[in-house]
Design a protein around this ligand. Sequence first.
Ligand code: ADP
Ligand code: GLC
Length: 473
Amino acid sequence: MEIIHVSAECYPYAKVGGLADVVGTLPKYQLKLGHFVKVVIPMHRTKFLYEHEWTVEHKGGFMMGSNHFDYTIIKEKSNELDFDLYCVDIYGLLDRENVYSYDDDTERFTAFQVAVVDWISKWQHRPDVVHVHDHHTGLIPFMMKHCYAYSHLADVPTILTIHNAQYQGWMSWDNSNYIPTFDTWQWGLLDWDNMINPLACAVKCADRVSTVSPSYMEELKTNANGLEQLFKAEFFKCSGILNGIDTEVWNPEKDTYILDNYSDKDADAGKKLNKKKLCKDFNLNPNLPLFIFIGRLVGEKAADLLPQTISDSLHQIGNKMSFLILGSGDRRVEDQLTYLTGSFAGYYNSKIGYNEKLSHQMYAGADFILMPSRVEPCGLNQMYALRYGTIPMVRSTGGLKDTVIDFGEPGGYGIRFNHASVWDITYSIHRAVELYDDTEKMTALRKQVMAIDNSWEQSAEKYIALYEATQKK
Ligand code: ADP
Ligand code: GLC
């Protein structure tokens, strides 16, 4: 099959979160299954762009409202990522340093989508499936089916994968002229609550909808930031497929970012060395259990609960543990986390910002990773942690529920709690500290979690089955 993934992010070209990891990995596994895979993203100005050579594949143009935009499709020359990586360049719109958070994101991502559809419409053949990811690409199924200029693409099957339903790309109807001329009888497909809602539109128009874990799919029926009724109505074409991880990138035996490589055979010793180095760098005591958090400092991740949790744990349980936080996001949480370093020097430290290398060193050097998320469609951190022998402590929600079993349950290996509350997290830290003191149990758990297979193999096949179900006979 010829598959084309369209996304705002793709690792290692541009990464903000797990979406990049998925779009940078799933295609590799689909290639291994014998398919032809292309990935298309906007041409963000990242290091990867400048460090690689590109060839021009196509040039075109389109009207958006009263503006004309020229676009260029470029392709990475060396095929370093195995799959074909294409970028859309639209001068002045897409060639920016950050992926998101510009005032004109609506215009930027609409233009990106128009360029992608316009390019595909110029091919001599049609792809077997167009797989779009999240709201930034959510108008594509509609454009392919209902925009007059692209009506010859109407039969090409489209798949939407929802990585996060909290963000929906809401647009005012005043901007409806950004979308190429469409059959106005179909306006209702664009609409949700009197706004153009690209995510809702994709749920309505795509042939199949998936989300990144079965539990999250279930949760969307009752908690989908206003789209609950839509998910109930469209449930027949929705399914949950758990993300996997790139076991080549995330491999403690070969990881070049970490000080000492190790496997499940020498996990205790390997982790000890990595922890020693990490603790030295951040002025923490390597003899205490080390708890980490890595991620976007936003409400969904319950990052706002971290400062109080750290403070309460160190006061109530005593100085029996240390914490290291890596993340960026909400300014208030960033400031609180920075402020706290003064109060708990030697037991707590933080690094505000994005640092891929440090994240690997933390997965390798930590004993426990905290994930108290209020919403977690899948979550990759817990799976990376497992691979590095770090015990995940997760709230029972979404993909966290599907990938972590509490060590108190048969076959369990992690710590689970029910509420995103300071009390519940602190209580779990208490449990973790007790567990850490049982060195035999910790050794056994490390070995057990490192052997868990969360690779993409099975899920990549599930996506292929989903595509096959859409092929018109
Ligand atoms: P989300 O996509 O919601 O942010 P995921 O758990 O799916 O959450 O993926 C997060 C990814 O981003 C992981 O690869 C994680 O290691 C990485 N990450 C998040 N924040 C940072 C950071 N500040 N520095 C380095 N890596 C980070
Ligand atoms: C989103 C979700 C996260 C998921 C990731 C990759 O960012 O918040 O839970 O793991 O996408 O699918």
